[in-house]
Write a protein that binds this ligand. Structure first.
Ligand SMILES: [Fe+2]
Ligand SMILES: [Fe+2]
Length: 273
């Protein structure tokens, strides 16, 4: 790892962490309107979505292990991974609490669900730190959009407590997106051609993490249409800002042989419902 990049990564982590500590932290026990959650009428479809997102967040041990394993020789990036893991852990935990406190699931059901989740393993989809950074930008941004859509749906359906939960989580996901975007920008300045290749690799081979691993995923697909990110949204709202930030278009991406094979699949396959 080159020294100049390393120093930039450290500076970015400190900026990220300072902002998180001063103005983004939230408390699962005191910042959520649990009374409103308990009082809201049951909504099985929103609950099934929440359970599915909760499941995706619960592959946390594999996500954290994947990151720490890749960055164990890099102070700033491994500290980011640890802090990021804390924030992601709160997402899964909060959705789990929502499902139980709202009366949609029992504690026993959630324990059984966690057992089924943790019996499967998520594997890191790309081998290098730079590719995983590009993947991080896209995955976090896609997640942000999904949670924002759920927030709006909840607001429309009078589920203000759950809407508040999604609002808090979405704020974290946007902060993660911004961090990865900045780090990717530093890689890009350091090695434009190499970074473009890595972005292309991710652009053509991206899938959302762990959705296919969530128990009974097939029976969730219909409900998950509410989280739908179609190809247009994916290109314009997820990749668009990344390209804009780097001052490139997708036509600047090189088409290696491997990339050509997957051409046309540039949408998050498991959320493209
Ligand atoms: Fe999350
Ligand atoms: Fe995130």
């Amino acid at each position: 790892m080159n020294k100049a990049l390393n120093e930039k990564f450290y500076r970015e982590y400190m900026t990220f962490f300072e902002h998180a500590e001063k103005s983004r932290r939230w408390n699962l026990f005191t910042d959520i309107d649990w009374e409103s959650v308990k009082a809201a009428p049951k909504n099985d479809s929103l609950a099934l979505c929440a359970e599915t997102f909760c499941g995706v967040e619960m592959y946390l041990p594999d996500y954290v292990e994947g990151h720490l394993d890749m960055f164990k020789d890099n102070f700033a990036r491994s500290w980011f991974a640890a802090n990021w893991g804390y924030e992601e852990s709160k997402h899964g935990l909060t959705l789990r609490e929502y499902l139980v406190r709202s009366g949609h699931r029992t504690d026993e059901q959630m324990h059984a669900y966690a057992d089924r989740i943790l019996s499967q393993r998520w594997k890191r989809p790309f081998p290098t730190a730079r590719q995983m950074t590009a993947y991080g930008v896209v995955q976090e941004m896609t997640t942000f959009i999904i949670y924002k859509k759920q927030q709006q749906l909840c607001e429309q359906q009078g589920q203000d407590g759950l809407a508040g939960i999604y609002k808090l989580i979405a704020k974290d996901e946007m902060a993660h997106t911004r961090y990865y975007e900045i780090i990717l920008g530093h890689y890009f300045d350091d090695d434009r051609e190499g970074t473009l290749k890595d972005i292309a690799e991710v652009f053509y081979n991206f899938t959302m993490p762990a959705y296919e691993l969530v128990p009974d995923y097939d029976s969730r697909v219909e409900v998950m249409r509410t989280a739908g990110i179609d190809r247009g949204v994916f290109l314009n709202e997820v990749w668009g800002p990344v390209f804009k930030k780097l001052k490139i278009t997708r036509h600047d991406l090189p088409r290696s042989q491997r990339v050509q094979k997957a051409l046309g699949s540039a949408a998050p396959q498991s959320t493209a419902a």
